[in-house]
Design a protein around this ligand. Structure first.
Ligand code: NAP
Length: 481
C-alpha cells in the first residue's frame, strides 16, 4: 500500500530537522528518517503540534513506503560520501519517476556526476542549495534548485511554500540543469566569505586603529544597518558586538579565539573562479584570511619578531567612520561584481543559462547575505541591455564613484598603520585594474617574449610579433611571425 506522505527527508541534523518542521507547518505531510534513531525520537519530542504531519521511519524502506508516489526525498546529510551512501540506499527502495533531492552543501561537480549516474535509472536528481542556517531552514530559507525543469515543476509547490519571501515573492527558483543550484549556492557562500571578512576588517580598524570598545563598534554597525549597508550580516555583527559573556562580563567577541573555520564552499568558489579564468580576488583574500587565522602560532611568533602594529588611524574619528561605511559599500560592490562574474562564466561554460536577476532576487531574503543591496543588483541585471559586470551597471557606477575614494583612503591609512585589510585592498586593486584602460601587462608580455619567444600583439599593427632583444639565432628576427 502506498504511503500518505507528500515528501520524505533523510538526515534530521540541524538543517534537516528544521526544514522538516517548516514543511510540516506548511501543511505537507513529511516522512522522516535519520541514521541514528535517537535523533528521530528527540526530533519528534520537539515537534509539538506539527507531530501530526510527520511520519517517523526507522528504515529507508519504511521511508519509501511512507511516501505517495512519485516520491520526492530530500537528503540533508553531510556533503560528500554520506550523500552517495544515501543515494545508493534509496536506489534500492525507490522506483521510476521518484526524485532524490540533495539539499546539502555539495560540490557542484559531485552533483553533475550524481545527475549523470542517475540518468539511466528512471530516478530523477535535483541538486538544491539551501541558505539561511538553522533559522532559515525553520522559517524560510533561500532555495537554489538545479536539475531538470520538469523535476522542479513537481516539487515547486512545496519548495516555494517553505521558502523565505521578499515582498511576497518566494525566494526559491529553478536556476538550470544539473549542478546549477549547487554552483550558485557555492558562489553565494564565496560572496558571504568576502562580505564577512570585509566587515571583520572594518571592525579591526575600529578596534585597533581607533581604539573603540566592542560595544561602541556594535553601535556604529547598528547605525549602518539603517542605511545602505542594511543587511543580515551587518545586523548580526551589531548584535554579536553588543553581547556580553555572562561569566566574565566582557564583550563575548573579546574572548573568542581569532581562528575561523571553513567547510569548503569558499575554497571551491576560488578554485572554480581560477579554473574559468575569472578574477575573484576579494573572495580569494577572504579564504586566505581564514587560512592565516588558523596559523596562530606562526602569527604570534612573527609578531614577536616584527613587532606589533601599534599605529593608530589619525584624524577625526567621525570622518574615519564615515569613510569606513563607504569603504565597506565599495568593497561589497567589487566582491559581488566578482561573484556574479564567476556565475556568468560558469553559466556559459556549463550551458546553464543562469538567470542572474533571479539569483539576486532569491537572495534578497532567507539567506545569509540577504540585503536590500541585492534588490538593486536584481534591478541592475534585469535592466534592458544590462552590463556584463556589475561595476558597469549605471546604478552601481554612481554608487562606486561615490564610494571608491573612501575605500582608497581607508586601505591607504590601514596599510600605513600596519593593519591588515586583505579583502578590502583586493577589492580596491580589482577595481583599479578593471578601470585602467592602459595597463602594465605590455611589460609582462615583453618579458614573456624575451625569455620564451611567446610573441606579442602591437597597438599599431595586426599580427603577432617578436621584440628586438635577442639574437636572431635564438628568437628569430624581430618582425612579424
Ligand atoms: P548536522 O547537524 O551535523 O547533521 C548531519 C546529519 O547528517 C545528521 O542527521 C547525521 O545523522 C547525518 N549523517 C552524517 N553522516 C551520515 C552518513 N554517513 N549516513 C547517514 N547519515 C549521515 O549537519 P547540518 O548542519 O544539518 O548540515 C547538513 C547539510 O546541510 C550539510 O551538507 C551542510 O553543509 C548543509 N548546510 C548546513 C547549513 C548550516 O547552517 N548548518 C546551512 C546550509 C547548508 P546522525 O544523526 O546519524 O549522525
Amino acid at each position: 500500500m502506498d504511503g500518505t506522505a507528500d515528501i520524505g527527508l533523510i538526515g534530521l541534523g540541524v538543517m534537516g530537522a528544521n526544514l522538516s518542521l517548516n514543511i510540516a507547518e506548511k501543511g505537507h505531510r513529511i516522512a522522516v528518517f535519520n541514521r541514528t534513531a535517537a535523533r528521530t525520537e528527540a526530533f519528534l519530542e520537539n515537534a509539538g503540534a506539527l507531530r501530526s504531519n510527520i511520519v517517523p521511519c526507522y528504515t529507508i524502506a519504511d521511508l519509501a513506503a511512507a511516501i505517495r508516489p512519485p516520491r520526492p526525498v530530500i537528503v540533508m546529510v553531510q556533503a560528500g560520501k554520506a550523500v552517495d551512501e544515501q543515494i545508493a540506499l534509496l536506489r534500492g527502495v525507490l522506483s521510476d519517476n521518484d526524485i532524490i533531492i540533495d539539499a546539502g552543501n555539495a560540490n557542484f561537480r559531485d552533483t553533475m556526476r550524481r545527475f549523470d549516474e542517475l540518468k539511466s535509472t528512471g530516478l530523477t536528481f535535483i541538486g538544491m542549495g539551501v541558505s539561511g542556517g538553522e533559522e532559515g531552514a525553520r522559517n524560510g530559507p533561500s532555495i537554489m534548485v538545479g536539475g531538470r525543469e520538469e523535476s522542479w515543476k513537481r516539487v515547486e509547490a512545496v519548495l516555494t511554500a517553505i521558502a523565505a519571501r521578499y515582498k511576497g515573492e518566494p525566494c526559491a527558483a529553478w536556476l538550470g540543469e544539473n549542478g546549477a543550484g549547487h554552483f550558485v549556492k557555492t558562489i553565494h557562500n564565496g560572496i558571504e566569505y568576502a562580505d564577512m571578512q570585509m566587515i571583520a576588517e572594518i571592525y579591526g580598524l575600529m578596534r585597533d586603529g581607533l581604539g573603540m570598545p566592542a560595544r561602541e563598534i556594535g553601535e556604529v554597525f547598528a547605525g549602518w544597518n539603517k542605511g545602505r549597508l542594511n543587511s543580515y550580516l551587518i545586523e548580526i555583527t551589531a548584535a554579536v558586538l553588543a553581547a556580553e559573556d555572562p561569566e566574565t562580563g566582557q564583550p563575548v567577541v573579546d574572548i573568542i579565539l581569532d581562528r575561523a573555520g571553513q567547510k569548503g564552499t569558499g575554497r571551491w568558489s576560488v578554485i572554480e573562479a581560477q579554473t574559468m579564468g575569472v578574477p575573484a580576488t576579494a573572495i580569494e583574500a577572504a579564504v586566505a584570511a581564514r587560512v592565516i587565522s588558523g596559523m596562530r602560532g606562526e602569527r604570534l611568533a612573527a609578531e614577536r619578531v616584527y613587532g606589533k602594529a601599534t599605529a593608530r588611524l589619525d584624524g577625526d574619528p567621525a570622518t574615519s567612520l564615515r569613510d569606513m561605511e563607504l569603504a565597506l559599500l565599495a568593497g561589497k560592490i567589487a566582491a559581488y561584481a566578482q561573484g556574479f562574474a564567476v556565475m556568468d562564466a560558469a553559466s556559459n561554460e556549463f550551458g546553464w543559462g543562469l538567470p542572474l536577476p533571479t539569483v539576486a532576487r532569491i537572495w534578497r531574503a532567507g539567506c545569509i547575505i540577504r540585503s536590500q543591496f541585492l534588490d538593486a543588483i536584481a534591478e541592475a541585471f534585469a535592466a534592458a541591455g544590462s552590463a556584463d559586470n556589475l561595476l558597469m551597471a549605471p546604478s552601481f557606477v554612481a554608487m562606486m564613484k561615490e564610494a571608491h575614494p573612501s575605500l582608497r583612503r581607508i586601505v591607504a591609512r590601514a596599510s600605513e598603520a600596519g593593519l591588515p585589510v586583505p579583502a578590502l585592498s583586493s577589492a580596491l586593486a580589482y577595481f583599479d585594474a578593471y578601470r585602467q584602460g592602459r595597463g602594465t601587462t605590455n611589460l609582462v608580455q615583453a618579458q614573456r617574449d624575451f625569455f620564451g619567444a611567446h610573441g606579442f600583439e602591437r597597438l599599431d599593427a595586426d599580427g603577432a610579433f617578436h621584440g628586438p632583444w635577442s639574437s636572431a639565432a635564438q628568437h628569430g628576427d624581430p618582425k612579424q611571425v
